[in-house]
Design a protein around this ligand. Sequence first.
Ligand SMILES: Nc1nc2c(c(=O)[nH]1)N[C@H]1C(S)=C(S)[C@@H](COP(=O)(O)OP(=O)(O)OC[C@H]3O[C@@H](n4cnc5c(=O)[nH]c(N)nc54)[C@H](O)[C@@H]3O)O[C@H]1N2
Ligand SMILES: Nc1nc2c(c(=O)[nH]1)N[C@H]1C(S)=C(S)[C@@H](COP(=O)(O)OP(=O)(O)OC[C@H]3O[C@@H](n4cnc5c(=O)[nH]c(N)nc54)[C@H](O)[C@@H]3O)O[C@H]1N2
Ligand code: SF4
Ligand SMILES: [Mo]
Length: 715
Amino acid sequence: MAATSEKRTVFGACPHDCPDTCAMLYEVENERLVNVRGNPHHPFTRGGLCTKLKDFHDHHYNPERVLYPLRRTGPKGSRRFERISWDEALDEIKTRWTAIIDEYGAEAILPYNYLGNQGTLQGLTVGDAFFNKLGASVLEKTFCASGSSTAWLLTVGPTGGVDPESFAQSKYIVIWACNSVSTNLHHWHIVHEAQKNGAKVVVIDAYKSRTAKQADWHLAPKPGTDGALAMAMIHQIIADDLLDHDYIARYTVGFEELKERAARYTPEYAAEITGISADDIRRLSREYATTQPTAIRIGVALERHHGGGQTIRAVCCLPALTGAWRHVGGGLLQMPVWEFPIRWDRVCRPEWIKPGTRVINVLKLGDVLTGRMPLAPPVKSLMVYNANPVSQAPESNKIVEGLKREDLFTVVSEHFITDTAAYADIVLPATMAGEMDDIMWSWGHLYLTLNRKAVPAPGEAVPNTELFRRLAKAMGFDDEQFTRSDREMIEHYVDWNAPQLRGIDLAYLERRGYAHIRGGKPETSAPHTEGNFPTPSGKCEFKASGAAQGNFVGAVFRQMYEGGQGAEPIDDLPDYVPCRERPESDPERAKRFPLNILTPKSHGFLNSCYANEEHKIRAQGEQFVLINPADAEPRGIREGDSVKVFNDRGEFEADARVTEDTPPGVVVATLGYWRSRNRGDGSVNVISSAAYCNFGHAPTFSDNLVEVRRSTEPA
Ligand SMILES: Nc1nc2c(c(=O)[nH]1)N[C@H]1C(S)=C(S)[C@@H](COP(=O)(O)OP(=O)(O)OC[C@H]3O[C@@H](n4cnc5c(=O)[nH]c(N)nc54)[C@H](O)[C@@H]3O)O[C@H]1N2
Ligand SMILES: Nc1nc2c(c(=O)[nH]1)N[C@H]1C(S)=C(S)[C@@H](COP(=O)(O)OP(=O)(O)OC[C@H]3O[C@@H](n4cnc5c(=O)[nH]c(N)nc54)[C@H](O)[C@@H]3O)O[C@H]1N2
Ligand code: SF4
Ligand SMILES: [Mo]
């Protein structure tokens, strides 16, 4: 590539909430992004980005971007705004917040944010120090992996588990409730390579996802019954004595109790629950236990039902029973986030939370805003950044109802006028990844990756860090926390002396762009050959000593907030815990709403991002619902028909796709579509429940019953 003074290549990192955290190269010409590609040297990215990001440079120049602060001029939701200056916006926010604090106290202000950006600086925790200082309500952020993390930490502790790159060495790979081809593509490349080298790839998914179609064997349990399948595997492996007795004796606790607990889970019993035949359960158990190395990839979706936490506890026991952890490419992969040397305490400043400050969970926004959850003081102001709850949070009709409240002062920092920003009183313009600095941890690999600002910010857009510097100044906070530059934050937030970094410093990252935090060598890495689990006992805890502390043990992003809501007590042994909304659990409800719905990620969107771009919608297809012919036929539904998907929480419209890919009784509609661009006034989260999973206050998006009907009666 020619290097003139006007052409540059800058190290980047994909900002999205995606396990792959790709290392990118921004190509800049005349201060403009002309291309963004994957870093070819990065062992996980391998030079390729996914379909969503292939025109990421153009995304920066989308003409619909918000470039200036805006004030609402029409009714809430009318999308009518006027341009104002930053000073006017900050003045108005300060005036409104000060009045609310005087009348109701600062807890009447609720920050609402998630992982629209995943960076250490710009991401999940960017506003926490500010809102803690302000005394606002604390937001409990549990959209993904808080249930699975609780299960993981209780069983094996805060380890990264198998290096995802070590799957290349595996001979038997189980992908459990993860649609890797869409959601973890760069890990799929490694799995696929192992498959070509003779590994058997088993996908356990409630429908035939893109990934299931690539599997050597696809098993489809009924949604939310995986706990029974895992318990039956434990049962069968013990019954066949396919155990690694030496590993169990040295490196585990609670084997006898686990054996007793698993006793009733015969394959025949689990077959009744899961719908998978007893022979298949026996075969899976035997293949799993007798092939090494064997690795399991746990998807986020495995936690998304009432018993999700306990399901993952059961899965986490499997590799210690068979000694899979002894081998390179053997064991489990959940999220390697635990090993990243980030000083979250320095980012969030939890010590600024006044004791007793109330905690509000992201899933409860609808009840909170509409007063269905009585709160004193009520929430009078909402500030949304890095999130689009109207599209992404459950019971979204209630959220829209709440956002219409005239007495609610809503501020939204965004790239676009999303379905949430449409209800804002003030909209603030945010920069995109190529326009700001960050340093990225990952929840899908073991590289720390630098993202450098490549081009100037357009209009008056600012990074989230700058937004909170400005808000802090407006509110009169002068702590050093709020005056650090972005570069100073990178220096301050990363624990550069941590053993994981082995002396790697910022200068090294500026030269190379990324660094492996275990020192590389995935082809020889096996972290738990001799136990070494970072649990209280140092062993894999079938019987969890941490259970006494309740269902929220160190769950992600909760551990930063001591002293919030109390955690509920839990069982110290894994078990199968049935769904709330399955025909077996709630036959009355199932009479009205007989179909289980899954709402997984769309292949072509990243949560709700890109779902406002016509070419991305064209590639992904309009909102659709997959339905089995056995369910379609009695409802008079044919391929392509316009249908309503509904329950007592709401309804959305979709195009029917009649297919055997989904089993009878299960319908699938993917996530991310904006209701303002869908037919009708809805998207998948109008029907989903805000109930918690039994661990970690995780969501239950796979634990919902609906009915489907043709939108218009047949001619
Ligand atoms: N393309 C794309 N990639 C993404 C995202 C995106 O929006 N789009 N989002 C990112 C984010 S935030 C996350 S958390 C991850 C999530 O990544 P995944 O964990 O892969 O999440 P999902 O796509 O929701 O679900 C994966 C699969 O689980 C299946 N499933 C659902 N419930 C059950 C169940 O009870 N049992 C079984 N056995 N299977 C079940 C679904 O059918 C689906 O095929 O993806 C990330 N990557
Ligand atoms: N039914 C159902 N619902 C789900 C899920 C499911 O599988 N099914 N998945 C859940 C999961 S796993 C997750 S992670 C959540 C995701 O929920 P959200 O994090 O709310 O999802 P996004 O759609 O990514 O919304 C992020 C918003 O932040 C904006 N944004 C991006 N970068 C920046 C920035 O730097 N600054 C500012 N100010 N804004 C920015 C984007 O434009 C976007 O509108 O959704 C959950 N909802
Ligand atoms: S969304 Fe995921 S796969 Fe796509 S470029 Fe970003 S990190 Fe890579
Ligand atoms: Mo997520």
